[in-house]
Design a protein around this ligand. Structure first.
Ligand code: NZQ
Ligand code: ZN
Length: 391
């Protein structure tokens, strides 16, 4: 196990009706003038917007609002949010929605406290030192942004989708009411579940030895997702299954499952090029890329894939390590298919013709991708090619 630091100070308020605590939590964490940030309207349709605003009004907390965050959130709205915060003197951002809303809120929070262009954080020209505090009411279990240090934004001018991170971006509080996720369409539920599982895989596929504690935590989250996801796909109102998935989503990405080991992240970065170019749902893009990545790295470094097959998918040892690992990948693909996820480029409207462009963009400013196997541009092209067809 490697040395590590772990600092995750988010206050979680989990369970039914916890959104009614929102004003109390905003006050507790220092908000006196709040920007309410949300997406394209799901919170209005579900009545959550009315409940949250009523709660703020009853506590006498002044607020303004900025809605319209799109999935794969865009830089344009972030600039608008930064201007708004400066103009109105907002000192707290309340993100009500999913990963896209939270990531946009984090970008506004950091950008407001920075004199330059907030995009500098995403191109690594600057590091995030300071940010307005962010609070969250989560409506989808997926990205894990409710407990993470990260934000991912698409720059619509350059077409790049990039991440940035800092401890100061961890939300001060996150309200997690699993009931709020019951209105999700099955496709979004499944895409969220896939994202959660791949957040674990990015950490699990590591060459660091002797990290049994985090290996076992990872396997527990994956097993939970394999058990619970079909239950919510079958019955969207299944509270207990929704609850387990919601907490799994947080655990999968606040880094508790990763400490002490080198992480991979190739599948995510390879996928981000797809969601940047085609605006696909992140989790669905991962369902196409992650198994293709597994099939490709299998030929180079099968050892962790064997463990994945045996411990997560209960595959009995086959004649060779490769055969065992392959059975695990096939089980994972069958699972993704069973929950309605795509497995090929065609199913997400991606084209083989764009593989060169996707690869070129990914390798701008870097020579290799990932850590479990250090991939060259040639390797990544092959992974995209694997993803164009069902193997
Ligand atoms: O915009 P609204 O109307 O709210 O609709 C959203 C959106 O269309 C809808 N939705 C959310 N909650 C709902 C609901 N519809 C009905 N009922 C509800 N309760 O779902 C759609 C997707 O929402 P989005 O926020 O985009 O989903 P998700 O949480 O999967 O976030 C995806 C974004 O997070 C980034 C992804 O790249 C992508 O941009 N990620 C962020 C990470 C982080 N900050 O740590 C890590 C992840 O790996 C990921 O890259
Ligand atoms: Zn993700």
């Amino acid at each position: 196990m490697e040395n590590f630091t772990f600092y995750a100070p988010t206050y979680f308020d989990f369970g039914r009706n916890t959104e009614s605590h929102v004003a109390m939590l905003v006050k507790r964490f220092g908000g006196t003038n709040v920007l309410l940030h949300y997406g394209g309207g799901s919170i209005k349709r579900s009545g959550l917007y009315d409940r949250v605003t009523k709660c703020l009004e009853e506590e006498g907390i002044p607020y303004g609002e900025l809605g319209g965050v799109q999935p794969n959130p865009r830089s344009g709205l972030v600039y608008e949010g930064i201007d708004l915060c400066r103009r109105e003197g907002y000192d707290f951002i309340l993100a009500v929605g999913g990963g896209s809303v939270i990531d946009s809120a984090k970008a506004i929070a950091a950008g407001t406290c920075y004199d330059g262009d907030f995009w500098d954080f995403y191109t690594k020209k600057a590091t995030i030192q300071k940010a307005l505090p962010v609070g969250v009411v989560l409506t989808i279990a997926a990205a894990g942004s409710e407990g993470s240090t990260n934000t991912v934004i698409t720059n619509e001018k350059t077409g790049f989708k990039k991440g940035a991170g800092s401890d100061v971006l961890r939300p001060r509080f996150s309200i997690l009411n699993p009931e709020l996720t019951c209105t999700l369409p099955p496709y979004q539920t499944a895409a969220g579940a896939t994202d959660i599982m791949i957040h674990i895989c990015e950490r699990y596929f590591s060459n660091t030895e002797e990290v049994e504690i985090t290996d076992r935590l990872c396997e527990a989250v994956l097993k939970t997702m394999i058990y619970e996801t079909p239950r919510v796909i079958k019955n969207p109102d299944h509270y207990e299954a929704r609850a387990n998935i919601m907490w799994a989503g947080m655990i999968a990405h606040n880094n508790v499952c990763c400490v002490g080991r080198v992480q991979d992240w190739a599948s995510h970065h390879i996928e981000h090029e797809l969601s940047a170019l085609y605006d696909v749902t992140h989790g669905a893009g991962l369902a196409v890329i992650a198994p293709a990545w597994m099939r490709y790295v299998l030929t180079v470094n099968p050892h962790k894939l064997v463990q994945f097959a045996e411990r997560v998918w209960d595959v009995p040892p086959q004649q060779t390590e490769e055969q065992t690992a392959l059975k695990g990948i096939e089980a994972f693909e069958a699972f993704l298919k069973s929950i309605g996820m795509p497995l090929t480029f065609a199913e997400i409207g991606a084209s083989e013709k764009d593989i060169d462009t996707l690869t070129k963009k990914l390798f701008e400013g870097q020579e290799t991708e990932g850590n479990y196997v250090k991939l060259t541009a040639g390797d990544v092209k092959k992974i995209y090619e694997y993803a164009t067809r069902r193997l």
